[in-house]
Ligand binder design. Structure first.
Ligand code: 8YV
Length: 321
């Protein structure tokens, strides 16, 4: 019976299913396994279920003795895994695309609304019992920007970007997008394509990032690209923190070069740049894009199914390499 290490607590049903077929080491207490510890123990296992919180880098792969065959990540992103090293060592890597599209799109809409309608400030006012000290000024009190009818620019019109676009249309938003390639008319669904990011940015009332973290997308929003955004624009990020240059975005928010930001992901999570937490015009979440019961169960199940298919010589559900 193949031995499988599950690096973090995953959904109960998925753990049950895995236990039926494999010799499983679960992490019921959900204690993070430090990288050095993981490297020490991993050679006891034939397969591993990982999460985006585990660092599975070159050292991990260099240390393998031939027993480990597959890393099944619970997550669509896999920037925590050195894919090149995995390829060299002929280790399969799988991820969990599609099942989280809607949850992340929901979070995108949540951030669009929260950032433009000043939800963070408004919520803090009530919670801190300071509402009663405010004058309900009709033209000033918690006045934000409307979302309806505005233009949303999507950077990265993949599976998640397209669902976010579809949801945004419910608010009458016009969709424009920047992507490596123009999509078919069917997938575009009325969105206007820009082959050049710099040409799209001045047209955006909102801009939302939906790319994976790659060397090409690192700091795709930086001082130069942010300077092209209108002053009333709002930056949304549910992808990865690395797509944004923090200094540039914080400068733009502090000096009102843009209106607001809504961010679910950060560089160096969970130790985000503290300046974000001090800004009234920045609505922040702790990377909860896919955090619904339904979605985390589906993600957990997909990772388990990938492990099952691999050890039963069936086609994998979602293969990265
Ligand atoms: C997860 C994510 O929270 O799927 C992803 O890429 O960022 C999130 O859904 C995280 O990576 C857990 O593995």
């Amino acid at each position: 019976m193949p031995k499988i290490l599950v690096s973090r607590k995953i959904s109960d049903l998925a753990e049950e299913k895995l236990k039926k077929e494999f010799d499983v080491k679960l992490n019921l207490k959900d204690e993070p396994i430090p990288e050095s510890e993981l490297i020490k123990i991993i050679n006891e296992y034939d397969g591993m279920i990982s999460t985006g919180f585990d660092k599975i880098g070159i050292n991990f792969f260099n240390n393998l003795n031939g027993k480990l065959k597959i890393v099944a990540q619970v997550g669509v992103g896999y920037d925590n895994i050195s894919i090149k090293a995995a390829e060299q060592k002929k280790i399969k890597v799988t991820n969990t695309p599609n099942v989280l599209n809607e949850a992340v799109a929901e979070t995108t809409i949540l951030l669009i609304l929260a950032a433009s309608r000043r939800v963070g400030e408004a919520y803090n006012l009530v919670r801190s019992d300071n509402w009663k000290n405010q004058k309900p000024d009709l033209t000033k009190f918690m006045i934000g920007n409307s979302v309806t009818g505005k233009t949303l620019g999507i950077i990265g019109m993949g599976r998640i970007g397209r669902i976010a676009a579809k949801s945004a249309k419910a608010f009458g938003m016009k969709i424009i997008y920047y992507n490596r390639n123009k999509l078919s008319e069917d997938l575009e669904d009325g969105a206007r394509y820009y082959s050049d990011l710099n040409s799209m940015l001045p047209e955006c009332d909102f801009v939302s990032i939906h790319t994976p973290a790659t060397p090409e997308t690192k700091h795709i929003l930086n001082a130069s690209t942010i300077s092209l955004l209108p002053r009333h624009s709002v930056v949304i990020n549910t992808s990865r923190g690395s797509t944004i240059d923090d200094d540039a975005l914080i400068d733009a928010l502090e000096n009102k070069k843009i209106y607001a930001a809504g961010l679910d992901v950060f560089n160096n999570e969970p130790n985000l740049d503290k300046r974000y937490t001090k800004l009234d015009n920045c609505f922040v979440l702790p990377h909860i894009g896919s955090a619904t019961h339904e979605t985390r169960l589906a993600m957990s199940m997909m990772a388990v199914d990938n492990i099952y298919c691999f050890f039963n010589n069936k086609p994998l559900i979602s293969e990265v390499i």
